[in-house]
Design a protein around this ligand. Structure first.
Ligand SMILES: [Zn+2]
Length: 90
């Protein structure tokens, strides 16, 4: 729990949960404040971990960038061997 619900909640909803500072005090119930404070320290660590998992899931679980093709002294990382062959650089 916690993991997937976080993935599914869009950013706009999260912002809705944190309106401007002025109203924040007035409308935030005590229970929520307490829970939020209790969550906070771990939350940051957990968030960064979930963040990387979420990103890798979104990109199809592929962490490595697509392969590139280098040749000779050419500084360009070509997308295909054909492109490398066509390249005017030595
Ligand atoms: Zn090249």
């Amino acid at each position: 729990m916690g993991f997937f619900t976080r993935l599914l909640v869009p950013h706009s909803m999260r912002r809705a949960a944190h309106p401007g500072r002025a109203v924040k005090r007035a409308i935030t119930p005590k229970a929520v404040k307490k829970a939020r404070r209790a969550l906070h320290p771990i939350d940051n660590m957990k968030y960064s971990a979930e963040r990387s998992i979420a990103t890798s899931l979104r990109s199809g679980g592929r962490k490595r960038p697509p392969p590139t093709y280098r040749h000779g002294t050419c500084p360009v990382r070509h997308r295909s061997p054909e492109a490398a062959a066509r390249c005017p650089n030595p």
